[in-house]
Design a protein. Sequence first.
Length: 232
Amino acid sequence: MCQEAATCLDQEEFSGQLGSHAVGASGTVGPTSLPEGAETLGRAPSECRVCKKSFPYQSQLTLHQRTHTGERPFQCDICAKGFIQLSDLRVHERIHTGEKPYSCDVCLKKFTHDSTLRAHKRTHTQEKPFCCFIQLSDLRVHERIHTGEKPYSCDVCLKKFTHDSTLRAHKRTHTQEKPFCCEHCDRAFSHRGNLNVHRRTHSGLKPYLCPECHSAFRHLGTFKCHRKIHSR
């Protein structure tokens, strides 16, 4: 809209016309065309229609809505795993490339993620900011001991578990999967702990020593039974 035309309009008409025009870098005038997801100053918060959560910018709402729709437009070329935003894909790609851009300045150990490096550094400083735990996630898992929360459920027998790893181990009782194989014989086990105990039959290791008579035992259960002899 030219300056001459603007003088012929009242304030309301002028505001309406101005909203559909913009001055380009060369000084030419044309319709505004903001790219999808672009933010404008002063825009009212956008609200998710599913969970009613509000966001200050439309682009943030667009990303959030993908958690409801399951849309993952950014896909890994190697394993086809999809991601909600491009930055997540870039971090994932390090799994395939082996890139570890974050380095500990104490021991020079390298990490794929900045958050993993920060957690690692606490092993040097002994800092435990989360009530005796290095990472917040460890604290959250620990709190389930007190709350009794068991968020992981077996889809076969519906038994519930505090930890995801415990659920995975439990599922092997249904599938009969035994992924932990002894390198000395043909025995295989459902749990890594059982394999470690079995290995003692080959190594002769007896880690449980009685403080009373100095007898040594391969298994904790046998050791506990033996201790009862001295407590009679």
